[in-house]
Write a protein that binds this ligand. Sequence first.
Ligand code: AHR
Length: 512
Amino acid sequence: MATFTRIEDGESPSITIHPSHKIAKISDNIYGGFTEHMGRCIYGGIYDPGNPLSDENGFRKDVIEALKELRVPVVRYPGGNFVATYNWLDGVGPKEKRPKRPELAWIGVETNEFGTDEFMKWCEVVGAEPYLCLNMGTGTLSDALAWLEYCNSDRDTYYANLRRKNGREKPYNVKYWALGNECWGPWQVEQMTKEDYAKKAYQWAKALKLLDPSITLILCGETGYSSWDHHVLKECVRWDVHGLGDQNQTKSLIDMHSIHVYTADREHLPNATAPRSAERAIQMASALIDLARIENEVPATVPKQKICFDEWNVWDPVRAPGEQGAEERYTLSDALAVAVWLNAFVRQARDLGMANIAQSVNVISPLMTTRDGLVKQTIWWPLLLFSRYMRGHTLALHVRGPEYTGRTRPAWIRAAIETPYLDCSAALGDDGFVNLAVANLHEQNDYPVDLDGLRIAHGDRVAVFLVTGDHVGVANTADEQKVGIAESSWDGKGKFTFVKHSFTLLRWKPAE
Ligand code: AHR
């Protein structure tokens, strides 16, 4: 959380921060990834057999190293829109017997060379938990139950035995399961009305939890502020499934609510401030969850359903069409937008159970593979700094600073939420360090800022990590990395200057 006071020209900005003002635990899972059978994400991205950069499984080692460095805790798979016609059985068993299928989301051919067991193995190598999305398009509840049994059952039953036959004795114990993807979308195979989806999701959830009560089930929401979100939450956030009236109940059928937002604009400031709409979306979805719980009389013993922001990023689908692999080329402006996205996640940590950048490799991604290497795009650098340091607990902040007052995208941001030039969040790490993340979105102005509450021990210094570039349009290429991290330190005295069009992370050990 951050509160904001707009100041006028000539006034001096300040940020007030205190290490004892902890307000919410930040879930590590906000640094989650997403790998879809789309473009070059799986084939040529994480899986590239025959390439000298790949291991004996065909997994790209440079990609694995990057995702380990990023400490990606959880990865969503296999879609996305792809999942709406996916039959998981096509992707298991001997590779030479796996069928090739027409793929309807991105109009391609799916070879099924990479499937469930390959994904599980890849997750183990990366050190991430798998998060599977169920096919609620052409898929049936029987298919979904069979997949859950294949992944999680240790009993002597058909699909658990099929897994054993395919070489994996122990269950994978996949915790996170999504009830479909963007089932509301007109582009979706078997698009549903909110009424049809809510009815189906409720029945699927009941059956899936009967098979494995330990799983975390994620409902398919829209943006977080639509009538779809309102309706499906109202119908599915229920607790007394068996009609026993047990007021001490601690379990609910639905554990999280998924929302998706992509932001982009061709002008810098509407682009960089657009993620403020996602922050408002989290607040609105949280209110709809409260409303559903109130209306359905969910007892307080049932933990509040968290938001799972399982697709987010900067993406202009006209500039980088999905059917052509959505290979966005990110600029410094986009890196600052990503810093605003991540600040929003830290500020709204109380309501956020997970977030998954869409996507992890090549498709609208910070990482781009070539045949012989890996390009780290501009947006990689703020993401890396956040994932490294912005964990632990969110700290309350008060920011006094100038505000951008021009056009926003979407336009409704202007009336709903402020758009400060200095967009900030803070975290107290479990190691006792304070971490302050500040994006200065202004293209011309450096801002000297008073940091009220910054106290360091005598002789200590504040670590400074700076991400910037010559102008907001610069991008990284295979030949030249124009945007990266510059490290330095500061003695903590006087004002700290946040330079124009930059992202800065300050990190210090507070004095006792
Ligand atoms: O991430 C790319 C696509 O965007 C996903 O497949 C879909 O869910 C969303 O519309």
